[in-house]
Design a protein around this ligand. Structure first.
Ligand code: NAP
Length: 232
């Protein structure tokens, strides 16, 4: 059976490109989109422009019922999940500073960027335990590295620091079962979130695909950009 990969927030930006690159490598890719119509449009575009088949599915990572409904569908159709890519994220809050940040915005960022990824892992873990080569990829950011941290984007940076911590804790728990769990920074990428001036989406996605396709003796519990370790 083909390897099954699930990518959250895959109807546009880096998640869409990751989905296409994985499909190009022979994965069966479940393209998660909170608006199913947008997911279907993205899948049609990938087929039309690149001849790639992606499988759109409704997935809002901030909605437990949506996550569990998808888990049930994946269980019925495939009986396992090999690769989980927690890519969906929001609120690159360049307009805020920590001293005055609107805590409702901080909570909103954590809801999707941290708790969304966390819930995805918890709900899909039983299906990933049925995989012979489980890989969890948490899409993080240099904005969540202590060494790089400035005074801006307090909601976003806090959510990514916490996602990095979750990565380390999960790795400590799951590596004895053969899981490879890593946090990946895609670099500054020209998407709706990154804005213009960043590097091509293809390049940002490649480091995520690298982590999704690591061999069994590959690294785990680390923070990487372009396949190279970076400081937390
Ligand atoms: P993007 O273009 O803004 O796309 C974000 C995606 O996440 C969209 O598909 C969006 O869906 C989806 N999403 C948002 N909330 C969701 C939810 N509750 N449930 C499911 N999907 C949801 O962002 P991007 O630049 O591709 O970023 C992808 C990842 O890379 C993020 O984790 C981001 O933090 C990280 N990153 C990006 C950069 C950069 O320079 N771009 C740098 C470092 C890290 P809708 O279309 O429905 O809104």
């Amino acid at each position: 059976m083909a390897q099954i990969a699930l990518v959250s927030g895959a109807n546009r930006g880096i998640g869409y490109e990751v989905s296409k690159q994985l499909a190009g490598k022979g994965f069966t890719v479940l393209l998660g989109a909170r608006d199913l119509q947008k997911g279907q449009n993205a899948a049609s575009q990938a087929l039309r422009e690149d001849g790639l088949t992606l499988h759109p599915c409704q997935l809002d990572v901030s909605d437990t019922a949506s996550i569990e409904a998808l888990r049930d569908n994946v269980a019925d159709e495939f009986g396992k999940l090999d690769v989980l890519i927690n890519n969906a994220a929001i609120l690159y809050d360049t307009h805020q500073r920590a001293s005055t940040a609107d805590l409702n915005i901080v909570r909103q960022a954590l809801e999707t960027n941290l708790y969304g990824a966390w819930a995805m892992i918890q709900v899909f873990l039983p299906l990933m335990r049925k995989s012979g080569r489980p890989r969890i990829v948490n899409v993080s950011s240099g904005a969540g590295a202590f060494g790089d941290m400035g005074s801006g984007t307090p909601a976003y940076s806090t959510s990514k620091v916490a996602l990095n911590a979750l990565t380390v804790m999960l790795d400590a728990e799951l590596k004895s079962e053969g899981f490879l769990t890593n946090a990946i920074c895609p670099g500054w990428v020209a998407t709706d979130m990154g804005g213009s001036g960043g590097r091509p989406v293809r390049d940002g996605a490649a480091g995520i695909v690298w982590a999704a396709t690591l061999p069994d003796n590959g690294p785990t519990g680390g923070f990487f950009r372009d396949g190279k370790r970076i400081d937390w």
